[in-house]
Write a protein that binds this ligand. Sequence first.
Ligand SMILES: NC(=O)c1ccc[n+]([C@@H]2O[C@H](COP(=O)([O-])OP(=O)(O)OC[C@H]3O[C@@H](n4cnc5c(N)ncnc54)[C@H](OP(=O)(O)O)[C@@H]3O)[C@@H](O)[C@H]2O)c1
Length: 300
Amino acid sequence: MSSITKVAIAGAKGNLGEAVLEQLLKAGFDVTVLTRKDSTHTFPSDVTVKPVDYTSQDSLVDALQGQDAVVAALASEALDVQFPLIEASVKAGVKRFIPSDFGGDTFNPKVAVLPGYKTKIDVQNALKKATAESGLTWTAIINGPFLDWGIAVEFLAKTKSKEIEYVDGGDQKYSVSNLATVGKAVVGVLKNLEPTKNRAVYVQDAAISQKQLAGYLKKVVGADGWKETVTSSAEGLQLGQEELKKPQPNGFLIFIGGLKAAVWAEGYGGLFTKLDNDLLGIKQLTDAEVEEVVIKSAPK
Ligand SMILES: NC(=O)c1ccc[n+]([C@@H]2O[C@H](COP(=O)([O-])OP(=O)(O)OC[C@H]3O[C@@H](n4cnc5c(N)ncnc54)[C@H](OP(=O)(O)O)[C@@H]3O)[C@@H](O)[C@H]2O)c1
């Protein structure tokens, strides 16, 4: 397979997309950004910006002409936009598609059947089908929760109000990655096409525990007065199942129960056992470096 020069990225101003774009530019790729026609986002001057209509194949194929790779960094609520994007990638002769996966191990059979991950699985299946019928290839990047982002937006702990949830105990290790690392993983894939072809790659900055995280955050806001709650992933999943039976289910409850299981429950692959860090050129962080990231990212 020839090498990649031209890369199109969709969702380049998102939580993840911005970090991926930065790494693509740093690595010297010729980058085109796909953005919705009505989006008000602005982008660096050294990228080509193509406003697109995701409902129009003509618009997408036109935008993807000459592109070697497509990176979908699309929002969780816009994952279905990848179906027309994959179709257009095939028509435009794109070589590698990186889907908007970027989280828990969707290749773990227990995660793959969780309702909140359905569209990610459907996208993987659409890619497998496209690969069988065309010259398109794909790589999914599995990176665990974003560490710096998860601390900054208070997803992994509520630092300001000193609250942290220990799902299934809090001592078990799980894989985490900083946003920039995920961007470097994208670059690593595009520079290693053959060994990353048509499979998931696993990357982590570190394996940490919730209690370890709490220890670092206590250094930021003090160790006293924390509300540390032990919850059960099984109960979260059960709650999600009950929501599914309701006429108007609460999608967030279904999603969050599954997500917590994917990250922390035993058997869901939240701690990666086989890593592609070496292949992708990503060095893991030491405990001291993880602590530094957590302290730097914590809302003050
Ligand atoms: N591992 C983790 O901890 C973690 C955390 C968050 C997200 N993720 C994953 O990372 C990926 C990216 O998520 P994100 O949070 O970075 O996304 P995001 O910031 O919510 O959105 C990214 C971009 O998607 C585009 N977009 C939004 N709504 C759209 C729509 N209806 N149709 C078409 N495009 C739309 C927008 O780009 P334009 O306006 O330029 O079109 C937006 O800037 C997802 O797969 C998500 O599941 C993982």
